[in-house]
Ligand binder design. Structure first.
Ligand code: GDP
Length: 523
C-alpha cells in the first residue's frame, strides 16, 4: 500500500467552473473517458439517477438541474483525480462557492463564441481570492468563435488576471486545422489521417512544420505564425510561480464535443496542478497533508437524501493523515467523539463504502445532525481548528413569514437549523424584527421553502425584495436615522448592522451624504 506521503502526492483535487452551456459536462465526460471510466455520453448529468430517489430530488427533477454537487474520482497518468462538481445552472448557490473552498486548483471553461459570461466572472472572483491556480479552456473551437486574441484580451481585462496561451488555434469552425502548441512545440492536427500525423513537431524556432502539407490552408498558417510571433514579443512570459499563486492563467483551446485538445490539456494540467496543500488553523499553524494526524473540514452538507431516514451527508475534505473506516475522531466545535463507520466515497458512477482515503480526497459522512458547515474533525488528542470558511455576501433577499401563525415554534426551529446548515443566510429588520433571508442564488430560496415544508412542516410565504447590495457598517458609526426609503437597515446573525441598498445609485447617495461612514462589502 502507498505511504501517506506517496498517496498525498498523487492526489489532484479540482473543480470545473463555467457559465451554463459552456461545456463543463461535456469536458467532464471526456476527462472520465481519458481516465478509463466508460460511460455513455450524457451520463454525467444523469448521475443523480444513482442516488436514492427521494422527495428531496423532486426539485432537481422538476427543474432538471443538479442541486447536489458531488465528487467524481478516477485515475489518470498515475494521479488520483477528484473532480468536485459544482451545480451548473444559473441558479447556483452558496454550496457552489463553498465547494470551491475544498479544491486545490480550478479549470475555467469558456465558450469561445461567447467569451467571459457573468457566472464565470462570479465564480472566478471567489476562486481568485484563494490565490490557487486557475487553468482556462476556451471551448467549442469547432464552431466559429471570436478571434483568439480578442478572447485572451477580454479574459485579462474582465477578470484582471494575466494569461499565457499554452496553445493557439489554427483557424476555427469550418476551417479549424489544428492547434499550435507553444508549450510542447508541435502542431496538434484536427482530424489527422493517422495517429502518426496527430502531433507534428516544429523545429527549434517553432516556425516550420515537419510536414507542412498537413495544414492545407497556407494563409491560415501564416496568420497563426504572425499571431504566435506577437504573443512571443508582446505577451506574458510563462512563469510557473505566477501560475501557482493564481496570478497567471495558462490558456488552452479545444473542442470538448470533438474530443480535440482535451488529452493534451489534461496531461499538461496534470503537470502543473498542485497536490494537496497545507491548511491553516486559527492559531496560524499550517497542517501539512503528510502530517500523520487525520484531520479534515466539512464544506458541504447534503440534507435528507432519503426522507425515510432524514439522514444527511457531511462532505469532508481530508487535510492530513490517512482515513481508515471505523476510526474515532473528535468534532472540534462540540468536542463530541464520533466513530467514522458509515462513510461513503463518490466513485465515478457508484457510491461505495470507503475503507481508506487520503488528503485531497472527499468523503461523505452519514450524519444525524452533528455537523455544521466549516466544522473541523481530527483524530488523536492534539486539538485542531481550521480557519473558518468564508461566508458569501448575498445578493438576493426575501422577507419570510410562517403562513400559519400557530406554527411559530417550528418556524423558528427550521429557520435556525437551515441557517446553521448554510442553506440560507438570515437577517432581521432593525425596526420590525421581520425575518429576511439572503442568498447568492435564487435556487436557495426554493430549497429553503421546500425543506421548511417537508422537514419542519411549516409553510412559509416569501415576499420578494429583489436584489440588493449588502453593506456592513461599523456599529460605532451607526445612527438609526441613516435608514431611509433608499435603504433598509437589518441585523445579520451576529447582530451586526447591515444596510441593504436598492442599487448602486442608492449606495452612492448614502456615501455622499455620510462621507465619513465606512461601508464594507463583507463582514
Ligand atoms: P454545461 O452546461 O457547461 O455543462 O454544458 P454542456 O456540456 O451541457 O454543453 C452545452 C451544449 O454545448 C451541449 O449541447 C453540448 O453538446 C455543446 N458543446 C459542448 N462542447 C462543445 C464543443 O466543443 N463544440 C460544440 N460545437 N458544442 C459543444
Amino acid at each position: 500500500m502507498a505511504s501517506l506521503k506517496e498517496a498525498t502526492q498523487t492526489r489532484r483535487t479540482f473543480a470545473i467552473i463555467s457559465h451554463p452551456d459552456a461545456g463543463k459536462t461535456t469536458i467532464t465526460e471526456q476527462l472520465l473517458k481519458l481516465g478509463g471510466v466508460v460511460r455513455e455520453a450524457g451520463t454525467v448529468k444523469g448521475r443523480k439517477g444513482n442516488f436514492a430517489k427521494s422527495d428531496w430530488m423532486e426539485i432537481e427533477q422538476k427543474r432538471g438541474i443538479s442541486v447536489t454537487s458531488s465528487v467524481l474520482q478516477f485515475d489518470f497518468d498515475g494521479k488520483r483525480i477528484n473532480i468536485l462538481d459544482t451545480p451548473g445552472h444559473e441558479d447556483f448557490s452558496e454550496d457552489t462557492y463553498r465547494t470551491l473552498m475544498a479544491v486545490d486548483s480550478v479549470i475555467m471553461v469558456v465558450d469561445s463564441a461567447k467569451g467571459i459570461e457573468p457566472q464565470t466572472k462570479k465564480l472566478f472572483e471567489i476562486v481568485s481570492e484563494r490565490h490557487i491556480p486557475i487553468f482556462t479552456f476556451f471551448n467549442k473551437l469547432d464552431r466559429d468563435g471570436r478571434e483568439p486574441l480578442d478572447l485572451v484580451d477580454e479574459l485579462e481585462s474582465t477578470l484582471g488576471i494575466n494569461a499565457y496561451p499554452m496553445n493557439w488555434p489554427i483557424g476555427s469552425g469550418q476551417i479549424l486545422a489544428g492547434l499550435f502548441d507553444r508549450y510542447h512545440n508541435n502542431v496538434e492536427v484536427y482530424r489527422p489521417t493517422s495517429e502518426a500525423e496527430r502531433f507534428l513537431p516544429l523545429n527549434e524556432e517553432g516556425v516550420d512544420l515537419a510536414t507542412p502539407n498537413a495544414i492545407q490552408n497556407n494563409s491560415l498558417w501564416d496568420e497563426t505564425r504572425d499571431e504566435i510571433e506577437m504573443l512571443q514579443d508582446a505577451g506574458n512570459q510563462f512563469d510557473e510561480s505566477a501560475v501557482m499563486s493564481g496570478k497567471l492563467t495558462p490558456v488552452f483551446f479545444g473542442s470538448a464535443l470533438q474530443g480535440f485538445g482535451i488529452e493534451t490539456f489534461l496531461q499538461t494540467y496534470m503537470q502543473f496542478a498542485p497536490a494537496p496543500a497545507p491548511k491553516h488553523t486559527i492559531t496560524g499553524e499550517a497542517i501539512a497533508p503528510d502530517n500523520e494526524q487525520f484531520t479534515g473540514f466539512v464544506f458541504k452538507i447534503q440534507a435528507n437524501m432519503n426522507p425515510n431516514h432524514r439522514d444527511r451527508i457531511a462532505f469532508l475534505r481530508i487535510v492530513s493523515g490517512q482515513f481508515e473506516r471505523g476510526m474515532d475522531v473528535t468534532l472540534q466545535r462540540t468536542q463530541k467523539k464520533i466513530r467514522l463507520a458509515n462513510v461513503t466515497q463518490f466513485m465515478a458512477d457508484t457510491r461505495e463504502n470507503v475503507e481508506t482515503a487520503y488528503p485531497g480526497d472527499i468523503i461523505g459522512i452519514y450524519d444525524t445532525g452533528n455537523f455544521q458547515i466549516g466544522d473541523t474533525i481530527y483524530a488523536g488528542k492534539h486539538e485542531v481548528t481550521f480557519e473558518e470558511l468564508p461566508t458569501f455576501t448575498p445578493e438576493l433577499f426575501m422577507r419570510v413569514h410562517a403562513k400559519n401563525v400557530l406554527k411559530q415554534k417550528s418556524f423558528h426551529k427550521g429557520v435556525t437549523q437551515l441557517v446553521q446548515e448554510g442553506t440560507i443566510q438570515m437577517y432581521t429588520a432593525w425596526d420590525s424584527g421581520d425575518y429576511i433571508i439572503g442568498a447568492v442564488g435564487a435556487l436557495q430560496f426554493e430549497v429553503f421553502q421546500f425543506r421548511m415544508e417537508n422537514e419542519y412542516n411549516t409553510e412559509v410565504s416569501l415576499e420578494t425584495m429583489g436584489s440588493k447590495i449588502a453593506r456592513w457598517i461599523d456599529p460605532e458609526q451607526l445612527d438609526p436615522r441613516m435608514a431611509s426609503s433608499r435603504n433598509l437597515l437589518v441585523r445579520d446573525r451576529h447582530e451586526k448592522p447591515v444596510f441593504l441598498f436598492e442599487n448602486q445609485f442608492a449606495e452612492r447617495w448614502f456615501a455622499n451624504k455620510y462621507p465619513d461612514v465606512k461601508l464594507e462589502a463583507k463582514l
